[in-house]
Design a protein around this ligand. Structure first.
Ligand code: IMP
Ligand code: MG
Length: 175
């Protein structure tokens, strides 16, 4: 198995700063701004994005477990870790590592909706080119190929490679 870099540390840093600038602009007049990271894949992106956003905000995390393969219509999800804060009345920005089918993020959005969030937007580091994610993404770092498994900058393959500073795809995954 070998790793092929698609985004350098510098590419990522530049894009994270661009996203933060856009988010600062869009949330300027909003109060009760909370950024909720979807664990574990978003932890490094969250750390950088939340520090690049200048507006006052609080931080929280949520974690869910997916059954079935990503993109599988049968794929079910279950809440593993809930936010610590009460989300009612908050302007929530959900932060994900990658959106594929959108199942994971839609499940989380439903939960936060029933809790009375004032608004919910989604910022993902990566999304799949041409994937039917239901249009849930508001902010996206990079659009990546459908058929590549990405690792690094928080993303894993069987819990490995999360701490790579850059983003790579795995070549010859089946071999
Ligand atoms: P979705 O629910 O189909 O949108 O899948 C999104 C979830 O699948 C993400 O939160 C990731 O945890 C995982 N995932 C999908 N593709 C990749 C990948 O290429 N690398 C690492 N994780 C991935
Ligand atoms: Mg994830």
């Amino acid at each position: 198995m070998n790793l092929v870099q698609i985004y350098t540390q510098e590419d990522i840093e530049k894009r994270v700063n661009e996203l933060a600038t856009q988010i600062d602009y869009d949330y300027f007049s909003k109060e009760n701004f909370v950024i909720v990271g979807v664990l574990k894949g978003s932890f490094i992106f969250m750390a950088d994005l939340s520090r690049a956003i200048h507006l006052p905000h609080t931080i929280d995390f949520i974690s869910i477990e997916s059954y079935g393969m990503s993109g599988d219509a049968q794929g079910e999800v279950r809440l593993l870790l809930d936010t610590k804060q009460n989300i009612a009345g908050k302007n929530v920005l959900l932060v994900e590592d990658i959106v594929d089918s959108g199942n994971t993020i839609r499940y989380i959005m439903q939960i936060l909706n029933t809790r009375g969030a004032k608004s919910i937007k989604v910022c993902t580091l990566l999304k799949r080119e041409g994937a039917d994610d239901g249009g849930v993404v508001n902010y996206c770092g990079f659009v990546v190929p459908l058929d590549k498994w990405l690792v690094g900058y928080g993303l894993d393959y069987k819990e490995e490679h999360r701490t790579l500073p850059n983003i790579c795809y795995i070549k010859n995954l089946e071999e």
